[in-house]
Design a protein around this ligand. Structure first.
Ligand SMILES: C[S@@+](CC[C@H](N)C(=O)[O-])C[C@H]1O[C@@H](n2cnc3c(N)ncnc32)[C@H](O)[C@@H]1O
Length: 447
C-alpha cells in the first residue's frame, strides 16, 4: 500500500474515529514491512496535517466553493493532507501532492470527489500568493489561531496568562519537533557503561540540561532498540523527570502515585528509592495498569503495587500513611502538544474545563488525606495556565489550612530554581526550558 494511502487511513482513525495518535500509528506502522524512510514520510504527513489543521481548513474555505465544515470527512482529510504537502513539505513536488490526492479521492469517494479535490488544490496552487488570509481584519485570537494553527481555546488560554509576545513564543515552540529524551535506568546500568554502549553503537547523544540521568539520543526507533527492551532506559521528557526529583523520595518512604499510568514517574520514583520502600500506584483505567506493570517489569522495578482506583475518591486503607503523594492529574495537555499534536483536535468548552477542574481538585483533595503529618503532596500537570494549576492550588489551600506551599528551590538546579515564582509555583515551558510544559507545586502538611 502506498504511503499516502496509509497516512490517510491513520488520519481518518485519529480525526474521525477519535483514536489516540500513538496507538493508531503503532497499529499501522509496526505490523508491516514499511521501510524507515516510508514510516518517517507517513508520520510527517500525519503529524503535520494534524498540527496545521486549523490553518489548512481556513485555506480550504478560501479555495473551495464549499466551506471546510460542509465537505465530506474523507474528502476534507485528503484535501488537508494534499495542502499540507504543498505548503509545508519542500521536498514533495506540487504535481505529486495533487495527483496523489486526486487518486486517493477517486479510491475513497469516487470520480466526482476526485474532480473537486483537483479543483481545490489547483486553485490554491494557482493563487497561493493572493491568499493572504492574515491580512483580513482578524482579532488577535483569530490571527494567532490561524498563523500558528491552534484552536481558539488554546490561544485564549495562553493570552489569559501571558502577553501577546510570550503567547506567540509558546505557540511557535509547541509546533516544533522535540528532541526525544530518555531517562537512564540506574537500577540496571551505570552512566559509564550506558555511554559506552551508545558510543559502540555509533549513536550521537548529549546529556540533559537539568537532570543527571537524562539523555538526548539520536535514535529513530528507541522503543525497538535492544537498550530499551533490556530496560536500560525509559522514554521520558526531561521536564517529567524534574517532577519525581522534586518529590524527593527516600528509600524507606511509602509513596502513593495516584494517577500513575503508564508509570513514567512511578518507575522514576522507584529508581530514586533504589527499589526500596514501597510505591502504591493507582490509575482509573484497568488496561493502563498493565502498562505500569509492564514498564516495572522491563525496568527491573519491584517495589511498586499497582491497582485500579478512582482517585477522586478516598482509599481508606491509606489515610495518613504516605510520606509523599504524587498527584499528576489528568489535564488538557497543552504543554505536550509537541509530542501529541492531536490535542489540537480537541475542542474544550468552558463547561468541559470546569468539569476537568473539578476532577483535578477532587483528586488533589482526596489524595491529600493520605499524607502523614509532616509529609508532602506534589500536584503536577502537563498543561499551561493558572486555570488548571494555580487556581486548583489556591482553592485547595483555602480549604486546607494545615497545608502550605513548600519551597522547592533547594531541590532544583540553579537555572530552574530562579524560575520558581514568588508563590512557589514552577511552570516549565518549551520555549524557555526546551522541555514539555509541566506545572509543579509541592505542598507540605503541617499538622
Ligand atoms: C498525566 S497522566 C499520568 C502520567 C503518569 N504519571 C506518568 O508519569 O506516566 C494522568 C493519568 O491519570 C489517569 N486518571 C484520570 N482520571 C483518574 C482518576 N479519577 N483516578 C485515577 N487516575 C485517573 C489517566 O488514566 C492517566 O493515566
Amino acid at each position: 500500500m502506498n504511503q499516502r494511502n496509509t497516512a490517510f487511513k491513520i488520519l481518518y482513525d485519529i480525526i474521525i474515529k477519535k483514536g489516540y495518535s500513538n496507538i493508531v500509528l503503532n497499529k499501522y506502522l509496526n505490523n508491516n514491512e514499511l521501510r524507515d524512510i516510508d514510516k518517517s514520510f507517513i508520520k510527517e504527513i500525519v503529524f503535520g496535517t494534524i498540527e496545521r489543521k486549523q490553518t489548512l481548513d481556513q485555506i480550504i474555505d478560501h479555495c473551495s466553493s464549499k466551506g471546510s465544515k460542509k465537505i465530506d470527512n474523507k474528502i476534507l482529510i485528503i484535501l488537508e493532507m494534499g495542502l499540507y504537502q504543498i505548503i509545508y513539505m519542500d521536498k514533495v513536488p506540487q504535481y505529486a501532492a495533487i495527483s496523489e490526492a486526486v487518486n486517493l479521492a477517486k479510491e475513497y469517494a469516487g470520480i466526482h470527489a476526485s474532480k473537486f479535490v483537483n479543483a481545490v488544490l489547483r486553485n490554491y496552487a494557482r493563487n497561493s500568493a493572493k491568499i493572504d488570509i492574515l491580512r483580513s481584519d482578524k482579532n488577535v485570537v483569530e490571527y494567532l489561531a490561524f498563523k500558528y494553527s491552534y484552536p481558539e481555546w488554546i490561544v485564549k488560554r495562553l493570552l489569559n496568562n501571558y502577553d501577546k509576545a510570550a503567547t506567540e513564543d509558546i505557540l511557535k515552540s509547541l509546533n516544533e519537533k522535540p528532541q526525544i529524551s530518555i531517562r537512564l535506568n540506574t537500577l540496571k546500568i551505570g552512566s559509564k557503561d550506558f555511554e559506552k554502549i551508545l558510543i559502540d553503537k555509533g549513536l550521537n547523544f548529549k546529556k540533559g540540561s537539568y537532570v543527571d540521568d537524562a539523555y538526548y539520543i539520536d535514535l529513530k526507533n528507541i522503543a525497538g532498540d535492544e537498550i530499551y527492551k533490556n530496560g536500560f532506559m525509559q522514554i521520558q521528557d526531561e521536564g517529567a523527570m524534574i517532577i519525581s526529583k522534586v518529590l524527593s523520595p527516600n528509600p524507606d518512604d511509602l509513596i502513593i502515585d495516584v494517577c500513575s499510568a503508564p508509570g513514567g514517574k512511578t518507575t522514576h520514583i522507584s529508581q530514586l528509592m533504589n527499589n526500596k520502600g514501597k510505591v502504591i500506584a493507582f490509575d482509573i483505567h484497568e488496561h493502563k495498569i498493565d502498562l505500569i506493570r509492564m514498564n516495572c517489569k522491563r525496568l527491573g522495578v519491584n517495589n511498586v503495587d499497582a491497582y485500579v482506583f478512582d482517585s477522586t475518591k478516598i482509599n481508606e486503607k491509606y489515610i495518613e500513611k504516605a510520606d509523599k503523594v504524587l498527584a499528576d492529574v489528568p489535564c488538557t495537555g497543552i504543554g505536550i502538544i509537541r509530542k501529541k499534536p492531536d490535542i489540537k483536535l480537541k475542542n474544550y468548552t468552558d463547561e468541559d474545563i470546569k468539569k476537568l477542574n473539578n476532577i483535578q481538585y477532587n483528586i488533589l483533595s482526596s489524595s491529600s488525606k493520605y499524607v502523614k503529618k509532616g509529609g508532602y503532596i506534589l500536584y503536577s500537570t502537563c498543561t499551561i495556565g493558572r486555570e488548571e494549576n494555580m487556581n486548583i492550588i489556591d482553592r485547595f489551600l483555602g480549604e486546607n489550612k494545615n497545608f502550605e506551599i513548600s519551597d522547592i528551590r533547594p531541590l532544583l538546579p540553579d537555572k530552574l530554581a530562579s524560575q520558581v515564582d514568588n508563590k512557589g509555583y514552577l511552570q516549565l515551558l518549551p520555549n524557555i526550558n526546551n522541555t514539555d510544559g509541566f506545572f509543579i507545586c509541592k505542598l507540605k502538611r503541617n499538622n
